[in-house]
Design a protein around this ligand. Structure first.
Ligand SMILES: CC(C)(COP(=O)(O)OP(=O)(O)OC[C@H]1O[C@@H](n2cnc3c(N)ncnc32)[C@H](O)[C@@H]1OP(=O)(O)O)[C@@H](O)C(=O)NCCC(=O)NCCS
Length: 253
């Protein structure tokens, strides 16, 4: 169980700890994925107020609703801090941009990153190889048979039909979350029809063919009422995932 030792007053990661973490990472050479799942709250070093002070209100002014703006600014600020922790650089020098399809990119770095938001939570991920993370609320009313017909492969639908009706909504949301994580790792966004993407196994397939060496998994210990999925390029990467809820942190997978 990870402890919240690196969250200090006014800053998320102490500079000395950041250098140590980055150095340990370089020396070990482990192919690792770092994931943070965070509650969107006002206060604290990863809260909305600090995130706005760090990035400026204009960074997310294009978001449709106030809730979208809050999630978005927290996700960007958390990703900035996670990259800083991973690389040892000052967070002020981390620049997150997007490509023409909306995929987040790091300026001047070969690291891959991913972002997701849903309800009261956001998630971000950093890896040396392509990565996709998604988080979804499990109680979405639109997760019914009609949605399953629209977004699932035949094999996924058959697997859903074998479940008790009471378990189908949760299972469909988990499939959806996996699909979103995979399309983010591929960088294709909404361009890939979900009904061609099979994520019923950890090795996703697109129209029957393996999806560019990607692997997908559900992260255990997701916040109550949410599903979190992670897609990685390569199966044997070490995943260091943390759940940060209202200022506390613990291991999620
Ligand atoms: C955009 C998309 C990647 C996720 O959208 P979403 O679930 O609405 O939103 P999420 O909160 O999970 O993720 C949003 C983040 O995805 C990232 N993203 C957007 N486009 C991306 C792309 N092409 N590749 C990788 N990541 C992308 C961005 O970082 C974005 O956050 P930001 O704008 O704050 O930077 C995409 O999967 C999508 O449009 N999904 C809908 C697919 C769909 O409906 N398919 C058809 C069903 S029949």
């Amino acid at each position: 169980m990870l402890k919240i030792t690196n969250y200090e007053k006014g800053r998320v990661v102490h500079p000395r700890r950041r250098r140590l973490y980055a150095t340990a990472h370089r020396i070990s050479g482990i192919a690792a994925v770092d994931v943070w799942v965070l509650a969107v709250i006002d206060d604290g070093p990863l809260g909305v107020d600090t995130a706005r002070a760090m990035l400026g209100a204009s960074a997310t002014a294009d978001r449709r609703t106030i809730e979208d703006q809050r999630r978005s600014v927290v996700a960007r600020a958390a990703l900035t801090q996670l990259v800083a922790l991973r690389t040892g650089v000052d967070p002020a020098r981390v620049r997150v941009t997007s490509d023409e399809r909306g995929r987040p990119l790091l300026s001047g770095s070969a690291l891959h990153v991913s972002i997701a938001h849903s309800g009261d939570f956001v998630a971000c991920a950093v890896s040396t190889r392509p990565v996709g993370v998604d988080i979804e609320r499990s109680d979405r009313s639109e997760a019914d048979d009609a949605l399953a017909k629209r977004v699932c492969t035949l094999a996924e639908r058959q697997a859903l039909e074998r479940l008790l009706p009471s378990s189908r909504t949760g299972a469909l949301i988990r499939l959806w979350t996996r699909k979103e994580a995979v399309v983010k790792a591929l960088g294709v966004g909404g361009a890939l029809p979900f009904e061609q993407l099979d994520v019923s196994h950890s090795a996703p397939r697109i129209a029957g063919a393996r999806a560019r060496g990607l692997w997908v998994r559900d992260l255990r210990g997701a916040p109550d009422g949410y599903s979190v999925a992670l897609a990685t390029a390569g199966r044997w990467q070490c995943v260091r995932a943390r759940l940060v809820e209202a200022g506390k942190a613990s291991a999620t997978a």
